[in-house]
Design a protein around this ligand. Structure first.
Ligand SMILES: Cc1ncc(C[n+]2csc(CCOP(=O)(O)OP(=O)(O)O)c2C)c(N)n1
Length: 558
């Protein structure tokens, strides 16, 4: 017998934690929770909305995107062992994206049904490498306590995924726990106060620096931090180099570092800075080819100082401060304001002018390059990105997993407003489609444009993503940078083994526009550079009218 009190308690815990959606792909085991959600919603009772995703990879990726746009904890429900396996690399992406997501599955399907028991040796092992906690509900444990513990762990910084397995008899047969929900507390652990002694030391080093650089990764997850980072950069007159995971700093601000188009993998600001202030950053500043100089001082402020999986073997920071940057940056601003003398401020101003000149020069180079490619056939990625930048408004959310054109995207598509650029922190390709679905569900009034390679379009399960986008009225535009192959891999083979072609071409690509049309989306293949602008406009109009759209831009083959 199904005991719906348990499933109701489950929903109430989700409500208490502000969960907006349950992204799911079902097996028989998911019935109690999903059916209770339907019942709740049919009766006008508060409940997360169930979003059916036709592939578990899309369910997890949509949750990832939804978190990035809403800041809310996420829930993904999949079918026991098989559903958990199908989530695949999307879980790795959620781990690196520090997504507070609870994935739950059941174990032990109905005995009479199948010839295999759905009892892997250790169900939690499927996810264990990628989660902060995995747990199987025990006989004497209460679902409310365990689910709440899962939320507490997932949402405590640094946030991350949690995996719960619920034995069938728990959701189907157990006593009433509804009184436990009423007593539920959703208090979060408060963060330790920022270490002001360490910040003072950092401030002294930064004030003495001749060529300071600020390097950020995911600071913009707190949108108000973008403003305080602007204040910090302007106070120090320091350039800001940011990863493209989020908008951490307005792209067109004069202190935003632009690299010249012909720079390749070199990164002069990183190698010439005498002090680097690193904030919320994962890639280690130790690895070649862009290593800071041996005497460069490194100050690192991060909510995640441990960096499990990214050891800094070759280079330790001089000052390491574990703190929430949304508190640490304003605190550092206060300290700097008090310490900096009027003479120093004047001195810094000269640096500002130099950096502004460099910024403007490089920005012009990128613009000139794009315009010089306006007639180039096949279509140039520079021209395409220039036109995308023109076609979107400043509130449009770009969901980006373009690989080989990433430098071009970062320099041609200028995102200034907090929250208008979201990218994948992990390495599993195929993220941009499902993530755009999750973003659109979180921000229904905003335009959402996802960018990806042709390889990534296929990895992203286009039929599943486009179907959910259509069915749940969450339309977005997908732009394919179609270079007819795995450009990144080919590049690596060339660099490491001097091999030109190792069979990583998609030389006669599928008709991606037809794939879109088959899913009732708008789809168009674009080969003529003169069609780039009109096709973008047309596709965005379709999206505006509620229809998902896919544009397959045929670029130079890699
Ligand atoms: C799921 C998965 N499989 C394989 C890879 C290895 N990989 C990294 S980049 C890449 C090529 C991606 O091709 P595409 O999206 O077309 O972008 P391009 O490199 O051509 O710009 C591959 C296969 C990966 N990161 N993730």
């Amino acid at each position: 017998m199904v005991n719906y009190n348990i499933a109701e308690a489950f929903i109430e815990v989700l409500n208490a934690n502000g969960v907006g959606f349950v992204f799911f792909n079902p097996g028989i085991d998911n019935v109690p929770v999903l059916e209770t959600i339907s019942k709740y919603r049919a009766n006008g009772r508060k409940s997360p909305r169930g979003i059916l995703c036709l592939d578990e990879f899309v369910a997890m990726t949509a949750a990832h995107g939804n978190y990035m746009a809403s800041g809310r904890p996420q829930v993904v429900s999949v079918h026991s062992e098989l559903g958990a396996l199908q989530v695949g690399g999307a879980l790795h992406n959620a781990q690196w994206g520090r997504v507070p997501v609870i994935i739950f599955t059941e174990i032990l399907g109905p005995m009479e049904r199948v010839n295999w028991r759905q009892e892997p040796f250790d169900q939690g092992l499927i996810a264990r490498n990628f989660v902060k906690w995995d747990h199987q509900l025990g006989d004497n444990e209460d679902i409310v306590d365990i689910l709440q513990e899962a939320f507490r762990i997932a949402t405590t910084e640094p946030c991350g995924p949690v995996y719960l397995t619920l034995p069938r008899e728990v959701l189907w047969n157990k006593s009433d726990t509804s009184t436990r929900v009423q007593a539920l507390t959703t208090a979060r652990e408060s963060l330790p106060p920022v270490d002001t002694d360490a910040l003072n030391q950092a401030a002294d080093i930064l004030i003495k620096a001749e060529n300071p650089l600020i390097l950020t990764g995911y600071t913009g997850r707190n949108e108000q931090s973008v403003g305080s980072l602007v204040e910090l950069a302007e106070t120090l007159c320091a350039g800001v180099l940011t990863a493209d995971i989020r908008v951490n700093f307005p792209r067109t601000h004069p202190l935003s570092v632009y690299l010249s188009p012909d720079i390749g993998f070199r990164n002069p600001p990183l190698t010439t800075a005498d002090v680097i202030l690193v904030i919320d950053y994962d890639m280690h500043y130790a690895a070649p080819p862009t290593t800071p100089g041996p005497d460069t001082k490194i100050i690192h402020i991060d909510i995640d100082t441990l960096k499990r999986g990214v050891p800094l073997w070759e280079r330790q920071p001089d000052i390491l401060i574990k703190a929430d940057s949304s508190q640490a940056i304003p605190a550092l601003n206060d300290i700097l304001r008090q310490k900096i003398t009027p003479e120093q401020r004047q001195q810094f101003q000269k640096r500002f002018e130099r950096l502004e000149d460099e910024h403007n020069r490089a920005q012009n180079e990128w613009q000139t390059l794009a315009l010089s490619h306006a007639d180039r056939t096949p279509i140039s990625a520079n021209w395409l990105c220039y036109c995308i930048n023109e076609a979107i408004d400043e509130e449009t959310i770009i969901v980006n997993q373009a690989i080989t054109p990433s430098m071009i995207v970062a320099h041609q598509i200028q995102r200034n407003r907090p929250g208008t650029l979201l990218s994948c922190a992990g390495g599993c390709i195929g993220w941009a489609l499902g993530a755009a679905l999750g973003v659109k569900l979180a921000a229904p009034d905003r335009s959402v444009v996802s960018l990806m390679g042709d390889g990534a379009f296929i990895y992203g399960c286009p039929e599943a993503s486009l179907w959910s986008a259509g069915f749940y009225r969450a339309p977005f535009l997908s732009i394919i940078f179609n270079n007819r192959g795995y450009g990144a891999i080919k590049g690596l083979f060339q660099e490491k083994y001097n091999v030109d072609n190792m069979g990583a071409d998609i030389a006669t690509p599928p008709d991606y526009a037809m794939v879109a049309q088959a899913c009732s989306a708008y789809g168009r293949t674009v080969e003529d550079p003169a069609d780039v602008r009109p096709s973008l406009k047309e596709a965005l109009d379709h999206v505006q009218n509620g229809r998902p759209a896919v544009l397959d831009f045929r670029l130079e083959p890699v």
